[in-house]
Design a protein around this ligand. Structure first.
Ligand SMILES: NC(=O)c1ccc[n+]([C@@H]2O[C@H](COP(=O)([O-])OP(=O)(O)OC[C@H]3O[C@@H](n4cnc5c(N)ncnc54)[C@H](OP(=O)(O)O)[C@@H]3O)[C@@H](O)[C@H]2O)c1
Length: 262
């Protein structure tokens, strides 16, 4: 089974960088129009121009700070006003913070929860009902392998991703007969601007052990094409780690994560 996307529209958050650019590009390559959302409008416009000319799709740019209150309902109102029906929602925008909890800036920590958790839930609430009514659609929520164990040094970030994983797997079950495919994607370290934004200097998380954004997108679409629902982990070594984590005591998994992030 291959996901049929021609003539549909995919909304990708965090489309100004990294995984978001790669997701938007793959949807466009498969013939879907795209709505590109992030704060840096210049980057979104550049991507929209490229996708429009390369794949002959309509690429709409909506610049928005999704951590701001009311951002999700404003985005839904904007797509409605433009007559755009969203068939696929990719909740990809997110960032991490590498610091001990008590040393991290409190406002930035709250902003991370607002973006990684609250905006993702609010956007899903805004766009999912029409998909269920239409009995077709796709929701992809970006979690992380950080969701599988506590991560000292990135305690709140890992907790937001654990939330995304749990929420998405439960939601996927709730709508399992609706014709809507709901999937959490758990990438491990991926070469994007994430490390720089998060202030991650951890030597053990070297770029050489990272996946590329294109590898994560290929794994995601292989799962979607295969009808996968619930969750998936990108990359063979990440899958192995995710399984191993289940079989070691929680304290051991926590101290292993602390060593990787130190
Ligand atoms: N890279 C990794 O190692 C890795 C591993 C596991 C999971 N992830 C997850 O993958 C997702 C994508 O991250 P990435 O690796 O592609 O990082 P990235 O290159 O830093 O991209 C993050 C995207 O999020 C957007 N964003 C940040 N704050 C925003 C806000 N307030 N409102 C709207 N958009 C905002 C950024 O756009 P603007 O700055 O233009 O707003 C950017 O487009 C994130 O959810 C991340 O947690 C990444």
């Amino acid at each position: 089974m291959t996901l049929q996307l021609k003539g549909t529209t995919a909304l990708v958050t965090g489309a100004s960088s990294g995984l978001g650019i790669a997701y938007a590009t793959e949807f466009a390559r498969r013939g879907a129009d795209v709505v590109l959302v992030a704060r840096r409008e210049d980057r979104l416009r550049e991507l929209a121009d490229r996708l429009g000319s390369e794949f002959r799709v309509t690429a709409t740019v909506i610049s928005a700070d999704l951590a701001a209150p009311g951002a999700a309902s404003a985005l839904k109102a904007e797509t409605d006003a433009r007559g755009i029906r969203i068939h696929a929602l990719v909740n990809n925008a997110g960032f991490g913070m590498h610091d001990d909890f008590i040393d991290a800036d409190a406002e930035r920590t709250a902003e991370m929860i607002d973006l990684n958790v609250n905006a993702l839930v609010a956007l899903t609430r805004e766009f999912l009902p029409a998909m269920v009514t239409a009995r077709s659609g796709v929701v992809v929520n970006i979690s992380s392998t950080g969701a599988f164990q506590p991560c000292p040094g990135m305690a709140v970030y890992a907790a937001t991703k654990a939330f995304v994983l749990s929420f998405t797997e439960a939601l996927s079950y709730e709508v399992r007969h609706s014709g809507v495919q709901v999937l959490a994607v758990c990438p491990g370290a991926t070469a994007t601007e994430f490390r720089q934004v998060s202030g991650l200097h951890a030597e053990r998380m070297s770029e050489s052990g990272s996946q590329t954004a294109d590898q994560v997108i290929a794994a995601t679409f292989k799962a979607l094409d295969g009808g996968r629902k619930g969750s998936m982990v990108s990359g063979a070594s990440n899958k192995t780690l995710a399984v191993l984590t289940r079989f070691v005591p929680r304290r051991t998994a926590t101290s292993m994560a602390a060593r990787v992030l130190s």
